[in-house]
Ligand binder design. Structure first.
Ligand code: GLV
Length: 308
């Protein structure tokens, strides 16, 4: 038995060390150095080369090294084994902090104070009460729920939307297309935390983004293609949307000629809202491997969107 490890584009070494520590009896082979494909029972991967996962006939599970599974959903052929998402509370924690940071930034007008400071200008601005400032999370999966809860704990009027009904203590929740319209029209800051799939691609377009009140803000912590960039840029330029903090893009790194770099009040960050640290993230993966070895169900299993 062996683990195939491929943290594409990143250093796999700390992960290999963490697994050697947590699963000392299972050898770890770092892609593409796989001495014998028949040994591979667990594929721990991130953006693994398309089509490769069918080359391991004894595979028992695919363990994704991130929250987003869009690269696996894009595979045309996958072995018939469970796909397990990474649920690392540290990642959700960082993403919640990112959302709270930017919600505060927009609500309290910190950018205005930064600009004023450069002119030594002492001028205060009135802002809505925090408890009335409506910060809405789209996508109430495990991370979206963590973000919505943290926004509520920070004192904001937290709201959340999902395709099907979810209830979260302290968060006003909406669902379905009428719920989406209802929430968007009563939102000061929209936080996109939706996974990217057929139903969510460009869900935030000129029609839906246009339902946000004038002067609202957008934060994106999930995937770029949930947002129609041209629509968002047009709404930013017209002033309908007052600013955006964007951490995910259709093309990453964001090309130098992207209008986002040059649009006022757009804050681009290079996909860092939730960093994955081998030290914390290897634990739930190792626990899932132990669970499978004990004949138990891993958690959380990803259901590919085409089957829902
Ligand atoms: C990062 O974007 C992830 O999906 O974990």
């Amino acid at each position: 038995m062996a683990i195939l490890l491929n943290y594409q584009g990143h250093d796999s070494t700390p992960w290999a060390e963490a697994f050697a520590d947590m699963l000392p009896t299972i050898p770890v082979h770092i892609y593409p150095h796989i001495p014998n494909p028949l040994d591979i029972q667990y594929a721990v991967v991130w953006h693994h080369p398309h089509g490769d996962l069918i080359n391991y006939p004894n595979l028992k599970a695919i363990l994704n090294m991130g929250a987003g599974t869009d690269h696996l959903d894009a595979e045309t052929e996958l072995p018939d084994v469970p796909i397990v998402r990474l649920l690392d509370p540290d990642v959700g924690n960082d993403m919640a902090q990112y959302a709270v940071y930017w919600a505060m930034h927009f609500h309290r007008r910190f950018e205005d104070y930064r600009r004023q400071a450069s002119r030594a200008e002492w001028l205060s601005h009135e802002v809505p009460r925090t408890a009335e400032y409506r910060v809405s999370v789209m996508g109430l999966g495990l991370i979206g729920t963590q973000i919505a809860r943290r926004l509520a704990l920070s004192g904001f009027k937290a709201q959340g939307w999902s395709r099907t009904e979810h209830r979260i203590d302290g968060v006003d929740t909406f669902h379905g297309s009428s719920g989406l319209q209802q929430m968007l029209s009563a939102t000061d800051v929209l936080v996109n935390c939706l996974p990217l799939n057929r139903q969510t691609r460009y869900l935030l377009n000129s029609e839906t983004l246009g339902q946000l009140p004038t002067g609202s803000f957008v934060i994106n912590v999930s995937r770029g293609a949930v947002i129609d960039d041209d629509a968002l840029i047009a709404l930013l330029n017209s002033g309908h949307i007052a600013g955006a903090a964007l951490d995910a893009f259709v093309e990453e790194p964001l090309p130098a000629d992207s209008a986002y770099w040059r649009t006022a009040n757009v804050f681009v960050t290079p996909h860092i809202s939730g960093s994955t640290y081998a030290k914390s993230a290897a634990r739930p993966i190792a626990d899932n491997i132990i669970r499978i070895e004990q004949g138990k169900q891993p958690f959380p299993i990803h259901i590919p969107p085409q089957t829902t």
